[in-house]
Each structure stands twice: as C-alpha cells, then as structure tokens.
Design a binder for this molecule. Structure first.
Ligand SMILES: Nc1ncnc2c1ncn2[C@@H]1O[C@H](COP(=O)(O)OP(=O)(O)OP(=O)(O)O)[C@@H](O)[C@H]1O
Length: 368
C-alpha cells in the first residue's frame, strides 16, 4: 500500500498542510506562484524537514518531528521529477535510466535489462545511446520519467513536468503520463499550473493558496463548483466571496449584496458563482428585478472565442474583478472601452450560492 499522508507545518515557508491521498490515487495540486506547491512535494520527498508534523507512505512513517524519525530522501521509495530533467550529462540515456537499479544493487546486466524496459515504456528505445546534450527537452523529460520509474518508487511526485516544454510536445508527454499514472494505478502527486494536466491525469484536486489547502475535491467538483478565487479563474467563472445575510443573499466585505440560488445558513461564509456569459452589460442601471446590478469600471477587453470578455477593475478588497462575455456588436454599440464605467447585470437565478470551505480538509472521498 502506498497512500500518502502529510500533516506538516513549516513556518519559514509559511505553509501548513493536511493532505492525504489513497493508494493508487493521482492528486493534482493547483495554485498561484509561491503558494507552497513545491514545498509540499519537498516535504514528501524528504528534501525539507517540517517544524512540526508527520509524513507517511502506506504504513511507514517517513518523517515524525515528535519521535525524531526522518528517513533520507533516497530511502523513501519516492521519486521526484522536476520541471527540468536533471540527467547526468556524462551518461547515455540508457545509463541514466540504469543508474537507479544499479544503485539499488542490481547487477550490471539486470540494470541494463531494466533500463531497456523502461525506455520502451516511455517510447524512447531509439534514444538509448544518446547523451542528454543530444536530446530535446521533451525527449530528456521522457528519459527522466523512465529513470524515475526504474527506481520502482511507491510514490511519484511530479513538479510541473510539462512546464519547460514546447506546447507542441506537451500533449504527447501528457498522454504518456496518463498511460503510466492511470493504467498502472500509481500513487502520484502532480503540481501543475495547467488545468489540462489536472483533467487528463488526476482523480482529485487540491488548490493551495498562501501555504494552505483552500479547496479539495474531484476535478469535476472543483471546476463546476469552485470555492477559491484560483479555481474560479481556471474554471472561467465569476466568484464573489462574502457571508450570508438574508437567506440567499451574500454580503461582501465592501458592502455589495449578491442574491442567488442556494441554501447556506445566515452568517456562514459563502461564495457566489456565475458565468461570464450570464452577465449583461448596461450603460444605465436597469429597473427590472430580480437582478443583481454591479457598477464597475472596465479594466480590459479580451477576445474570448466568438465573444469579447469584459474584465472589470478589481473589487474594493483587491480580489479579482468580474467578467462579462458580450458580442463584438455590443462592444461597438455600447462603446465599451477600458476606463469606461458600466453596469454588470446578472439575474438571481443565474447565481449559485455555495458554502465556502472552512480552511483545509483534503481527504480522499472514501474518508469524508
Ligand atoms: N529555496 C527556498 N528558500 C526559501 N524560501 C523558499 C524557497 N523556495 C520557495 N520559498 C518560499 O516558500 C514559499 C512557497 O514556495 P513554493 O516554491 O513551494 O511555491 P509554489 O507554489 O511551488 O510556487 P511556483 O508555482 O512559483 O513554483 C514561498 O513563499 C517561497 O518564496
């Protein structure tokens, strides 16, 4: 069994994690720059010691600050694959891959055999004799994956494995990772900025902001009902955070009210979600109700498929502004331009009100 459990705090990085994944589960970690995603991987890999907490894989405790347990990185059965493939430059691709079994005590011929098998697994047999300087970025990343797998890790940690690659080669590598992670039912944590990675590779997603898990769920849940600003942005929906006042009405910290559909008790923290396509743009406040009317200043216009996406300036508390999708004809008719002031209007029944998640709680579905 190779489920992973992390409960750890590291003050100088400003992180405190409570994250769990089941055996054979792939967890995507999403979040803005500097949120602590790589730090989470480093805690699992044993590259960082927490100030307080535990890390375990299966039944084995790898880090425990109470008892002083700290298993060295190479002895954890955990492979970390970073953004740039860190291959030994003086060794051929095959020798790079054979290095892992060799260092586990395999004979030279057994290690060579194992390397050939893993090179086949990543469709890189023909690259066996090349040195890293003779490989493209995507090819080198394949070899790095083969080397990571050849170490027979219980857990694979992938830190933005596609981010240093051309967009043209990323899809092939994503397919390869999907085959390896999903078909072999590997336990893996993948840090990514890319929604496509989460969709293609992961069973579950956690969103990390400022060193904490702010949202957790299946990929589908997080995309259809995001609770964090980060997830809302990648899902392409408007998210307004606040607290419920009157039933169905969310009040923001700057005194705006958003009415929507959803049962969240009064006083509870909540988010209101609505699609940019459900927002109408008016030059004057409309009279018809029930509607939400937001006076905004336009920050920018952006072509978005067949529509034009109108972004408003940030909200008074500094959170991301609202967006509305309108037709190019509407942009011309209303003379929409950055700096212009307009009214964003959305019907109550287009707004979904959901309870906000209180802090953390990233557990596999079978455990709540
Ligand atoms: N080597 C380091 N030494 C000291 N502080 C660091 C180091 N690396 C990261 N940090 C800090 O730790 C915090 C978490 O950073 P981390 O790299 O884990 O974030 P991340 O979510 O992986 O970001 P990114 O998406 O930019 O890679 C940040 O405040 C960062 O500045």
């Amino acid at each position: 069994m190779s489920g992973v459990r992390v409960r750890a705090r590291l003050d100088r990085r400003g992180v405190e994690f409570d994250v769990e994944l089941a055996d054979g589960e792939v967890l995507a970690v999403l979040g803005p720059n500097g949120a602590g995603k790589s730090t989470l991987l480093a805690l699992i890999a044993g590259l960082l010691r927490p100030d307080h907490g535990t890390v375990s894989v299966g039944d084995e405790v790898l880090t425990d600050t109470e008892t002083g347990v700290f298993v060295a990185p190479h002895a954890r059965g955990v492979a970390l694959l970073s953004q740039r493939p860190l291959l030994f430059p003086h060794l051929t691709a095959a020798a790079n891959v054979a290095f892992a079994p060799r260092s586990r005590g395999a004979s030279r011929s057994a290690a060579r055999e194992s390397a050939a098998q893993w090179l086949r697994e990543v469709d890189a047999e023909d690259l066996a004799r090349r040195r890293p300087s003779q490989l493209s970025g995507g090819q080198a990343q394949r070899i790095a994956i083969a080397r990571a797998l050849a170490a027979q890790p219980r857990v694979l940690l992938l830190d933005e494995p596609m981010s240093a690659l051309d967009v043209a080669v990323a899809p092939a590598l994503r397919r390869l990772l999907r085959r390896i992670l999903r078909e072999q039912r590997r336990t893996a944590v993948i840090v990514t900025h890319d929604l496509l990675d989460a969709l293609a590779l992961a069973d579950r997603v956690v969103v990390v902001e400022a060193g904490r898990v702010v949202e957790a769920g299946t990929v589908r849940e997080v995309l259809t009902s995001p609770r964090s600003a980060f997830a809302a942005r990648i899902a392409g929906v408007n998210l307004v955070a606040g607290r419920i006042g009157e039933p169905g009405v969310l009040e923001t910290s700057w005194g705006a009210a958003v009415s929507g559909i959803g049962e969240v008790e009064s006083g509870a923290p909540a988010v209101a979600l609505f699609r940019p396509g459900s927002v109408a743009v008016h030059l004057e406040p409309p009279h018809a109700s029930p509607r939400n009317v937001f006076p905004v200043t336009i920050a920018e216009l952006e072509v978005h498929g067949a529509a034009v996406r109108v972004h408003s300036e940030p909200n008074p508390d500094g959170s991301a502004g609202l967006t509305a999708d309108v037709t190019p004809a509407a942009v011309a008719d209303l003379d929409l331009h950055p700096g212009g002031t307009v009214y964003f209007v959305v019907k109550t029944q287009e707004v979904e009100v959901l309870a906000a998640l209180a802090g953390s709680g990233a557990s596999p579905p079978d455990e709540g």
